[in-house]
Ligand binder design. Structure first.
Ligand SMILES: C[S@@+](CC[C@H](N)C(=O)[O-])C[C@H]1O[C@@H](n2cnc3c(N)ncnc32)[C@H](O)[C@@H]1O
Length: 262
């Protein structure tokens, strides 16, 4: 089975989680629209640093509960909340935690799992009738450099970004998984399907654009093996620090659906 592409032990994951937190207000809005309320029983999968799980725990209160799982829970240290339970768990193969969840949420997790379709079936089997599934994934195929971008900037970006996408495909990351989700949900008879996409233009030198640097740094061995030169990498990193450069964030697609009551 393919391993998670990024090394959880690497200290640069802090940068990844900080960059992803820029999407938290959108995730909160999607979860609020899904109806999360006091007393709900929720499962947050691949919770990373636990930020979304803590928000859910505040929302459901002590009459509710939030189970947050990940294959590596080190980044959730200190996630104390009376409604929150942190558990080490592999969503692909470990025993499922029950079949009575009001809400199951995963952001940027199934996209990494080669068996993502089977995992989707597993998650649906854990919803109670009327329960809500919310998945959020990056549309990795969406172009990131604006049309009006400086041609040299675009060439330097693509010299690394395109091999990075190839490396992800080789590791069975679902680069087109996000855009297939509305169909995947409908095929499993989930109802009230709601789809939203959020993207922002990031400027060189910003905290958020560092996500692209961390992703490339953590896969650089593969990129170099694929013919990317150290000069290409240096140009790419310099571009990400250049305030004249802008790039779109990967669009985050958020899909919600309800398990019918009968
Ligand atoms: C890109 S991070 C996203 C973290 C968090 N959901 C967020 O959006 O900030 C992917 C997370 O999924 C976890 N993960 C990877 N494979 C997993 C699996 N098989 N079961 C559970 N979690 C997994 C990783 O350890 C990591 O914390």
């Amino acid at each position: 089975m393919a391993r998670y592409v990024f090394d959880n032990a690497d200290h640069r994951n802090r940068t990844r989680f900080d960059s992803l937190a820029v999407f938290d207000p959108d995730s909160h809005a999607v979860l609020a629209a899904a109806g999360v309320a006091p007393g709900w029983r929720c499962w947050e999968i691949g919770g990373g640093d636990g930020g979304i799980a803590r928000w859910l725990a505040d929302r459901v209160g002590t009459d509710g509960s939030v189970l947050v799982t990940d294959i590596d829970t080190r980044w959730m240290a200190g996630s104390d909340h009376p409604a929150l339970t942190v558990r080490k768990h592999d969503v692909v193969q470990d025993e499922l935690p029950g079949a009575d969840f009001d809400l199951i949420h995963a952001r940027l997790v199934l996209i990494h799992l080669p068996l993502r379709r089977a995992v989707l079936d597993r998650l649906i089997s854990c919803l109670k009738p009327g329960g809500r599934l919310v998945l959020e994934e990056f549309d990795l195929e969406h172009p990131l450099t604006p049309l009006a971008a400086d041609a040299r900037h675009r060439a330097s970006f693509d010299a690394v970004h395109l091999p990075f996408l190839r490396a992800l495909r080789a590791r069975e990351v679902g680069v087109d998984w996000a855009t297939s989700l509305p169909e995947e949900f409908a095929a499993r008879d989930l109802r009230d399907i709601d789809v939203r996409t959020h993207t922002v233009l990031w400027r060189g030198g910003s905290d958020e654009i560092r996500l692209y640097r961390v992703n490339v740094e953590q896969t650089s061995d593969q990129l170099i093996a694929d013919g990317v030169s150290t000069r290409d990498l240096d140009d790419f990193y310099a571009l990400l620090d250049n305030p004249e450069f802008t790039a779109w964030s990967h669009p985050l697609m958020s899909i919600s659906g309800t398990l019918p009551s009968h």
